[in-house]
Design a protein around this ligand. Structure first.
Ligand SMILES: [Zn+2]
Length: 271
């Protein structure tokens, strides 16, 4: 089985970049797998920014892969698609500014991906599973491989390393490889979360007109009830949640301001 570990799909998410660099430098290999490493967006990594022209992790749709537009990330997406042609399992490393601990994002709905995520979540207290299957903007890198997990760790600022999170993430990556190598399986159901919607900031003429309410800040994966405060406008008016009970995630994620997402709503499921 060929397993690829990728970092730097977003150039300012340094944990993944430096884990991939370390594993490459150590020439980390295991017996029964073929391990390969990928620094996905070299220009963005060099400039320590999320992307150069467009978000690379929204550049793997059919349209983007067939596009002739001179967009750096579209060119990278084509190169990466070639490189990952024979990849069986992708471990893609990201960070978030939200308080999400170690979140295993599942974008592939197959038993191998789910099995690895379930074993990790059952073994580590701060590891959670988040299913995120679709997005309106264009496909994730996961869409070009049969199986994958995306590891999102936070809270950590863009362009910043956190030693604790770095080593926790490295431990989880090595355990994921171990699970694949030993072909371990877990039959029991494990709690997970599934994103079903996203909420935008309050806006006035499309510009921001408020911030995440201090009472919601940092409360990722904590049950949100109708009537709970979610935003505070610039004139200190509170805005309250009106939907059904949900588990908010990616609260105040820096990269999602431009996507019109203040936080996402998820529901509890069992995988
Ligand atoms: Zn990312």
């Amino acid at each position: 089985m060929k397993v690829t570990i990728s970092g730097g799909v977003h150039g300012n998410e340094l944990t993944g970049v430096y884990i991939v660099k370390k594993l490459m430098h150590d020439d980390f290999q295991v017996k029964n797998l073929q391990l390969d490493f990928l620094l996905a967006n070299p220009k963005a990594i060099k400039e320590c920014r999320r992307y150069v022209d467009k978000d690379l992790n929204r550049s793997f749709s059919k349209d983007a892969l067939q596009s002739d537009e001179p967009i750096y990330e579209y060119e990278r997406a084509k190169v990466i698609t070639q490189k990952l042609q024979d990849c069986d399992f992708l471990i893609d490393l990201h960070t978030t500014t939200a308080n999400m601990g170690i979140t295993i994002v599942l974008s592939n709905q197959d038993s191998l991906s789910e099995n690895v995520a379930k074993i990790l979540a059952s073994e580590y207290e701060n590891v959670r599973i988040l299913q995120w299957l679709s997005n309106d903007e264009g496909a994730f890198i996961n869409s070009i491989v049969p199986s994958s997990i995306t590891i999102e760790v936070g809270p950590v600022c863009q362009g910043v390393l956190d030693a604790n999170l770095y080593f926790q993430t490295l431990k989880v990556v090595k355990r994921a490889i171990d699970i694949l190598e030993k072909e371990e399986a877990l039959q029991e159901k494990v709690q997970a979360f599934r994103i079903y919607d996203a909420i935008d900031f309050p806006r006035k003429d499309r510009d921001l007109n408020g911030m995440i309410h201090p009472e919601l800040a940092g409360k990722d994966y904590q049950l949100l009830h109708p009537g709970d405060p979610i935003f505070l406008t610039f004139d200190e008016r509170e805005i309250f949640y009106e939907g059904k009970e949900a588990y908010p995630v990616f609260i105040n994620e820096a990269a999602y301001y431009e996507k019109g997402m203040a936080f996402c709503l998820s529901e509890s499921i069992f995988l």
